[in-house]
Ligand binder design. Structure first.
Ligand SMILES: *[C@@H]1O[C@H](CO)[C@@H](O)[C@H](O)[C@H]1NC(C)=O
Ligand SMILES: *[C@@H]1O[C@H](CO)[C@@H](O)[C@H](O)[C@H]1NC(C)=O
Ligand SMILES: *[C@@H]1O[C@H](CO)[C@@H](O)[C@H](O)[C@H]1NC(C)=O
Ligand SMILES: *[C@@H]1O[C@H](CO)[C@@H](O)[C@H](O)[C@H]1NC(C)=O
Length: 212
C-alpha cells in the first residue's frame, strides 16, 4: 500500500516533466523545411514565370530548389532568397519552422498581409530583407526577443504601420536597420541608442517623431 502510494507520487512527479521535455524536444528535420516551403508555395497566387510552380517540385530535394541553400552538419535550409520574381502572395506561419534559417530574402515582389510573428522562432536568423513589397500591419514586439544573431533587418517600401518596437534593442548585433517608406508612427524608441554595432539606420519617410 505504502509502496503503491510512493510509486504514485513518483509518477505524478515524473509525468508532467516528461510531457514537458517531449514538447521542448520537438523534432524537426529536412521534411519540416520542405513542409514550410510548400506552405509558402501554396500561398503564392501569382508567379508570372511559373518558376516555383515548375521548380519547387515535391519529387526533388528542397536543397535543389531555386532560391534555396542547404548547409551544415544536418544539411538543413539555411537561406531562402526569392527576390525579384514578381510573386504575389502572403507569408505563412510555417516559415517559423525553418529553424536553421540564417538568411531570408523576399525583396522586390508583391507579398502582402502581415509580418508573421512565428519568425520569432528563427533564432539563427542574421539577414532579413523584405523591402519593396506590400506588407501591412505592425511589427510584432515579441519577435525581437529571440533573434540574437540578427545583423540586417530591412523592410523599406512596404505599408507597415504602428510604433517601432523598443524590443529592437534586444538584437544586439544589428548593423543595418532600414524601415524607410512605410507608415510607422510615434516616437523613435530611445533604446535604439544601445545598439552599438549599428552602422546604418534608415527611418525616413514615415510619420515618426523624436531624435536619435
Ligand atoms: C530548379 O532550379 C535549379 C537552379 O536554380 C536547378 O538546378 C534545378 O535542376 C531545377 N529543378 C527542376 C526540377 O527544374
Ligand atoms: C538573392 O538572389 C538574387 C537573384 O539571384 C541576387 O541578385 C541577390 O544578390 C541575392 N541576395 C542575397 C542577399 O544573397
Ligand atoms: C524588381 O524585380 C523586377 C523583375 O520582377 C526587375 O525588373 C526590377 O528591376 C527589380 N527592381 C528592383 C528595385 O530591384
Ligand atoms: C509548423 O508551424 C505550424 C504553424 O506555425 C505548426 O502548426 C506546425 O505544427 C509546424 N509543423 C512542424 C512539422 O513543425
Amino acid at each position: 500500500m505504502e509502496r503503491n502510494l510512493s510509486l504514485c507520487i513518483v509518477l505524478a512527479l515524473l509525468v508532467p516533466f516528461s510531457t514537458l521535455s517531449l514538447v521542448n524536444a520537438e523534432v524537426t528535420d529536412i521534411s519540416t523545411d520542405k513542409q514550410a516551403l510548400l506552405a509558402l508555395k501554396a500561398r503564392i497566387s501569382h508567379d508570372p514565370s511559373n518558376l516555383l510552380a515548375n521548380n519547387w517540385s515535391t519529387t526533388t530535394s528542397v536543397c535543389s530548389w531555386t532560391g534555396i541553400t542547404c548547409a551544415g552538419r544536418h544539411h538543413r535550409v539555411t537561406a531562402l532568397n526569392i527576390s525579384n520574381l514578381a510573386l504575389t502572395g502572403t507569408l505563412p506561419p510555417q516559415l517559423g519552422n525553418l529553424s536553421f534559417l540564417a538568411m531570408l530574402v523576399i525583396k522586390n515582389n508583391s507579398f502582402y498581409g502581415s509580418f508573421p510573428e512565428e519568425l520569432a522562432h528563427l533564432h539563427r536568423l542574421k539577414y532579413l530583407s523584405f523591402g519593396f513589397n506590400r506588407l501591412s500591419g505592425g511589427l510584432p514586439e515579441n519577435i525581437f526577443y529571440n533573434l540574437p544573431n540578427l545583423e540586417f533587418f530591412s523592410l523599406p517600401f512596404n505599408m507597415l504601420q504602428g510604433r517601432l518596437p523598443s524590443a529592437l534593442s534586444k538584437c544586439k548585433k544589428l548593423q543595418i536597420l532600414s524601415l524607410s517608406f512605410n507608415y510607422f508612427t510615434g516616437v523613435i524608441p530611445k533604446e535604439i541608442r544601445i545598439l552599438t554595432q549599428l552602422k546604418r539606420l534608415l527611418l525616413n519617410n514615415n510619420k515618426l517623431q523624436g531624435m536619435i
